[in-house]
Design a protein around this ligand. Structure first.
Ligand SMILES: Nc1ncnc2c1ncn2[C@@H]1O[C@H](COP(=O)(O)OP(=O)(O)OP(=O)(O)O)[C@@H](O)[C@H]1O
Length: 324
């Protein structure tokens, strides 16, 4: 169980104007600015749950994960994960969590992957039997056998990410924090990572918190989404409910010859470029057949398609709605 209670976190950052003169000045007197990364953030996550944590750049996702991992201490508020406070009981706590930061590596760069794994075995004091079983299982599931003797620096991003995920699970953690684990991966590697995370959650009951900008990660892994913006939790909901809420609207894509058409009540123009237009339609105001008839009558229509709004568009709509 994760309880994140009224957490506030600010960063104090030195401000400096550009130029050599200002650099010298800054040696003697500095101005600071306070960045409010998290303001009174609260949520709970049950054991065995997968939660998607989404929000635009700079919203506060990584700060939240770092606090839950015990890397950062908040200004105020409390966090309890499996009965422990992450930043006060770090040594006992790290044995119970696994962490993957998509943009940082936990593997030693110049040594073979297996050496990093053995170092983790010693650091986490993993029993030999547990370590060997996990190494065997993770190597099979993540297809690591060929990679274990290679130094991390010689691996591709996708290969390294598979090793990072294995490293985070060698000690059987109860909770897995994944901060953008699919960033930069190709389509096949992304699917492999998602499948694996789902399997681990199902078979080991591992609780998973995943931050991502890739809505396909969310769709593949979880029903529950936490939306953060400007350091505040704006929404805690089920992805299907959110979709239903935002996507009673339909998306109509038209291609036409000549002038772009005027749109009528119930329609919002989303995009227009080179004889193509994307429109969101509220079918409660204007039905889809009426909208098609409207375009047929008022434009040199050459093509039309109607679809539901995608998860990406749903999230973009949410970001707009919350002005984040
Ligand atoms: N070490 C730091 N020092 C100063 N400010 C920081 C630091 N880390 C984060 N911030 C600021 O705190 C805010 C939240 O950052 P955070 O990294 O938590 O956002 P995020 O949602 O993870 O963003 P992204 O999706 O871009 O990774 C941002 O305004 C960021 O600039």
């Amino acid at each position: 169980m994760i309880e994140f209670q009224n957490i506030t976190k600010t960063y104090r950052v030195a401000k400096r104007k550009a130029g050599f003169g200002n650099a010298v000045k800054a040696l003697f007197s500095r101005e600071y600015e306070t960045i409010h990364a998290l303001s009174n953030v609260s949520f709970q996550v049950a054991d065995g749950e997968i939660v998607g944590y989404i929000g635009p750049n700079g919203a506060g996702k990584s700060t939240t994960v770092k606090i839950m991992c015990g890397i950062l201490t908040p200004d105020s508020g409390n966090c309890i994960v499996n009965g422990r406070n992450p930043w006060k009981e770090r040594i006992a706590y790290v044995r119970e969590i696994g962490v993957v930061f998509g943009q940082r590596s936990q593997l030693w760069w110049d040594v073979p992957i297996i050496d990093s794994f053995e170092l983790f075995r010693d650091m986490y004091r993993i029993e030999s039997k547990v370590y060997n079983e996990n190494l065997e299982e993770l190597s099979t599931l993540l297809d690591l056998r060929e990679l274990l003797k290679t130094p991390a620096r010689n691996l591709s991003l996708g290969q390294r990410m598979r090793c990072e995920i294995a490293a985070s699970l060698l000690h059987n953690p109860k909770v897995l924090f994944l901060d953008e684990p699919t960033i930069g991966l190709d389509a096949i590697s992304k699917i492999a990572v998602r499948k694996f995370v789902k399997k681990i959650n199902k078979e080991r009951g591992t609780t998973v918190i995943i931050t991502t900008h890739d809505m396909q990660d969310i769709e593949a892994l979880t029903e529950r989404v936490l939306l953060i913006g400007h350091g505040k939790i704006l929404l805690d909901g089920n992805i299907d409910e959110l979709k239903r809420r935002t996507s009673t609207e339909k998306k109509i894509d038209i291609k036409y010859d000549g002038k772009p058409p005027a749109i009528c009540n119930g329609m919002k123009c989303r995009k227009i470029k080179q004889n193509q237009m994307s429109i969101f339609l509220d079918p409660h105001i204007l039905s889809v057949p009426d909208a098609i008839a409207f375009f047929a009558a008022h434009t040199g229509l050459t093509d039309i398609s109607v679809s539901d709004i995608s998860t990406e568009e749903m999230v973009a709509t949410l970001y707009k709605e919350y002005d984040i």
